[in-house]
Design a protein around this ligand. Sequence first.
Ligand code: HEM
Length: 84
Amino acid sequence: MSGTFTAKEVAEHNTVDNGLYIIIDNNVYSVASFVDEHPGGSKILKRVGGKDASKQFWKYHNESVLKKYSEKLKVGTLKEEAKL
Ligand code: HEM
């Protein structure tokens, strides 16, 4: 599954029930299936649902985490002109 999302569309997916999308750089991830296994906890992920979490992500992780989980969690990319 892969698509292009506006920031507004991502913002609509801000709960586990509707996919819990988060933006990291220009990519969109659906972390609903992952929240319960997130080593950093589910709470912190739910808090950034529907938002750009790039800053928080890079504070706690490195590129290898994205490499490992992208295939499973990435649902698309952010529409460039719609970036907040
Ligand atoms: C696609 C999204 C994410 C994935 C796949 C992911 C994955 C992981 C993994 C695998 C770890 C274990 C440590 C490591 O291997 O580096 C971890 C730890 C952690 N993550 Fe995430 N994470 C994601 C998003 C986020 C976001 C958006 C935040 C903050 C808002 C966050 C906060 C943390 C914290 C605080 C830890 C614990 C760090 C520690 O104990 O040292 N994560 N995450």
